[in-house]
Design a protein around this ligand. Structure first.
Ligand SMILES: C[S@@+](CC[C@H](N)C(=O)[O-])C[C@H]1O[C@@H](n2cnc3c(N)ncnc32)[C@H](O)[C@@H]1O
Length: 214
């Protein structure tokens, strides 16, 4: 996996040398160029710096990414899965415009303008998903995540779920929301194999690494 971790810094090998995506720093080591990965801008970088371990993203993976936004995190996954494909689902046309511009410079990103609460609407556009990533920050995020898992993820494959407590209930303590959502996910038969909080980079978020355990 093309991720470089050193102390509190993280970077990916730039698939598109010389080109920045969101103002990140580029640096050269030997013959290769790297892009610094900002954990304050990307929850995946935050989770990796906080100890997330077994994601095993392989170079030829097909990834379904829910909540693509403008493509900050997607761009680093695009660096990692060089020969694979990331299908980025986003329902905001404004974010989608920037994502399309990013995809025009990287062949392994396929933007999909759709509502992730209706997973069947993009059924015809996807094939054999190996990994699912969900970061939608909305009230029914756990249900949306599990619906997409059930429809798209092959057995024994992994997924990452970035859970934002305050989008579910602002008046409950995040710890309680995390517990309730974890229970919901386990009751539906999924297995949570790692749990990583995202502080100090993101408040009130937790990252779950989830597998189908049927
Ligand atoms: C926290 S941002 C994602 C940031 C992004 N994952 C990154 O790290 O670069 C959440 C995104 O999810 C999108 N979103 C929320 N609900 C959605 C839905 N039902 N379908 C598709 N996109 C959704 C929002 O428009 C927003 O762009």
């Amino acid at each position: 996996m093309k991720i470089y971790l050193k102390d509190d810094e993280i970077a990916t090998e730039n698939l598109n040398p010389g080109i920045k995506v969101y103002g990140e720093q580029l640096y050269q080591e030997k013959d290769l160029e790297y892009r610094m990965w900002n954990p304050y801008r990307s929850k995946l970088a935050a989770a990796l710096l906080n100890g997330l371990t077994n994601i095993d993203l392989k170079e030829d993976y097909k990834v379904l990414y829910l909540g693509a936004s403008t493509g900050t995190t997607i761009s680093h996954i695009s660096d990692i899965i060089k020969k694979g494909m990331i299908y980025g689902v986003e329902f905001s046309p404004i974010s989608m415009k920037k994502l399309i511009s990013l995809a025009s410079k990287r062949e392994n990103i396929a933007p999909i303008l759709a509502d992730a609460r209706k997973p069947k609407t993009y059924l015809n556009l996807l094939e054999n998903i190996d990994f699912l990533y969900c970061d939608v920050a909305q009230a029914k995020q756990s249900e949306l995540f599990m619906d997409n898992m059930n429809l798209y993820l092959k057995d024994d494959c992994k997924s990452l779920f970035m859970l934002k407590a305050r989008s579910i209930n602002v008046s409950l303590k995040p710890k309680k929301v995390f517990k309730e959502e974890e229970k919901k996910i386990k009751e539906k038969g999924f297995k949570i194999t790692e749990k990583v909080k995202l502080e100090p980079y993101e408040k009130d978020h937790i990252c779950f690494l989830v597998e189908k355990s049927f």
